[in-house]
Design a protein around this ligand. Structure first.
Ligand SMILES: Cc1cc2nc3c(=O)[nH]c(=O)nc-3n(C[C@H](O)[C@H](O)[C@H](O)COP(=O)(O)OP(=O)(O)OC[C@H]3O[C@@H](n4cnc5c(N)ncnc54)[C@H](O)[C@@H]3O)c2cc1C
Length: 485
């Protein structure tokens, strides 16, 4: 088979690339391939008869996420506003009941988001002013040249930097009240604080897709009927042929080779690492550049109950409210809603070390069926029992769950290593060989890790670069449709 444009990876980034390439070059023969049984990648959801799909991956979209909102509108994927309510914290063995989060956590303590904001203000007040004036470029410039103790911000791991600036107690409290504990660990301080500033921008409201984020990604992948789509195709090798590339896929029916003029890889870091690239396809720095990206594990576990026992807790949720409790236990975050129908709650939403705790329980079970990076349905009884124990520590007596579903992501999102100049590495990885139409995009290169919007922004920038390459004379040897235009 020969195609003009081949996109590998059917998550939201790859689906967007296919959609945009087909729109920009209607004559081009575009195909998209994914190793999984369906498209959507990290937007996978479970339909468990709850009022809405249980999102194993992405779920929230901010009013500031202009590209996602624009696409959702064009594709008629409707959304409903969700109001986050931090209804409690469970810290330091306060087992009676979650107490309400008011102004703060005690003397000099900050919540996670507040500590990150205070850190930015302490280190680079001009960057905070630039962000407030919506001048992201200036803020980045300032932060790139910010130094602490004679060491550039991008050379600092965020955890040690926070400990340098704040007391251990302040850092501990902040980490235990933040959705992303990895933001307090080994990642590069420049990228972590930049993402925190973007996430924490004031005046945002939040939405969820009525049919789930996975439905949005799949609708995007299916929006152009001309695009050929293939699931169960895992790319294992990429080589050259006379006028383009040859891609080798592992499929249930055996090895399959596909020729292509232009290739876009919209894949996570680990998947890129596992591909065998032919000689001279990627430059010498490629694998070193990839090693600058860290995988952050993430884990979600939903539990179903016979009744909505959280109605008895000391908080009241209105329609559209999503109540969150943060804890230093490995469950990390619990989410409650008062929807009608079956009674599901998100009992565990953990990342980093906490996610590894839940994974270790799966491994202890010898659960041979665990597939890294792929969401799963069946939940072992002892995993449910462990989550139930966590809930009882936090809330007292909790009825036994009926069942559960979990999603275990070896790379829920990515982060940058200290010492990586992410802006330069990103620039090299987008097109690893300037002589070849091979492009890379997706969340792994997003400026703000862990968000669909930023993954799509990165894909959009990559497509501009691909278009510029297509306008170049060399493109004609690879892509006949360029000649036809
Ligand atoms: C638990 C969790 C919660 C999140 N919450 C939010 C949120 O609330 N809001 C938000 O905006 N974002 C959220 N995100 C982030 C969001 O899910 C990602 O930014 C986005 O989905 C990334 O899309 P992508 O296309 O770049 O990558 P992916 O979705 O990872 O797509 C990559 C695709 O490549 C395929 N693939 C891998 N290897 C191969 C191979 N060798 N050959 C062929 N195909 C391959 C995979 O099957 C996958 O479909 C969350 C993520 C997680 C894990």
């Amino acid at each position: 088979m020969r195609r003009d444009v081949v996109i590998v990876g059917g998550g939201v980034s790859g689906a967007f690339c296919a959609y945009e390439m087909q729109r920009a070059y209607p004559e081009a023969r575009v195909s998209i391939f994914d190793r999984a049984p369906s498209f959507g990648g990290r937007t996978a959801a479970f339909d468990m008869g709850a009022a809405r799909p249980l999102e194993g991956g992405a779920s929230f979209v901010s009013s500031a996420h202009e590209l996602v909102l624009r696409l959702a509108h064009a594709l008629k994927c409707t959304m409903t506003e969700v109001r986050f309510r931090q209804v409690g914290l469970h810290l330091d063995g306060d087992c009676a009941s979650p107490y309400r989060l008011t102004q703060g956590l005690g003397d000099g303590a900050f919540t996670g988001a507040a500590l990150q904001h205070a850190t930015l203000t302490k280190l680079a007040p001009q960057a905070v002013a630039a962000i407030a004036a919506s001048d992201g470029a200036a803020a980045k410039q300032i932060l790139r040249s910010t130094e602490i103790d004679g060491r550039a911000l991008w050379r600092w791991p965020i955890g040690p930097l926070l400990e340098r600036l704040w007391s251990p107690e302040q850092v501990r409290r902040a980490r235990n009240t933040h959705g992303c504990t990895s933001n307090f660990g080994a990642a590069n301080a420049f990228d972590t604080l930049l993402t925190a500033a973007w996430e924490g921008a004031p005046g945002q409201s939040f939405y969820r897709f009525d049919k789930g984020a996975g439905h949005f990604a799949c609708t995007l992948a299916e929006a152009s009927p001309e695009i050929l789509r293939f699931t169960h195709h895992r790319l294992i090798a990429l080589g050259r042929c006379a006028n383009g590339f040859v891609l080798s896929f592992s499929t249930p029916a055996g090895l399959r080779h596909v020729e292509a003029g232009l290739v876009i890889l919209a894949l996570p870091r680990r998947a890129l690492n596992l591909i065998a690239f032919g000689d001279d396809i990627v430059g010498a720095s490629f694998h070193h550049d990839l090693s600058q990206i860290i995988d952050v594990p993430a884990f979600k576990l939903f539990l179903e109950f016979d009744r909505r026992w959280w109605d008895d807790l000391p908080f009241t949720l209105g329609s559209g409210d999503l109540g969150a409790v943060f804890t230093q236990l490995a469950a990390q975050q619990n989410y409650f809603e008062n929807t009608a129908g079956r009674h599901w709650m998100l009992a565990v939403f953990a990342d980093g070390e906490n996610a590894l705790y839940w994974r270790s329980l799966l491994e202890a079970d010898g659960a041979a069926s665990v597939t890294r990076g792929a969401p799963m349905g069946a939940t072992p009884a002892h995993l449910i029992a462990a989550a139930h124990r966590h809930l009882e520590i936090m809330y007292g007596r909790v009825p036994a769950p009926r069942c559960g579903v979990y999603a275990d992501w070896s790379a829920g999102w990515h982060a940058w290593r200290p010492g990586a100049r992410s802006w330069e590495v990103r620039e090299r990885l987008v097109q690893p060989n300037s002589n070849l139409p091979l492009f890379i995009c997706g969340e792994l290169l997003a400026e703000h890790a862990g968000w669909m919007e930023s993954a799509l922004n990165n894909a959009e920038e990559m497509l501009e670069r691909a278009s510029a390459w297509l306008a170049h004379t060399r493109a004609r040897t690879f892509l006949p449709f360029v000649n036809e235009r």
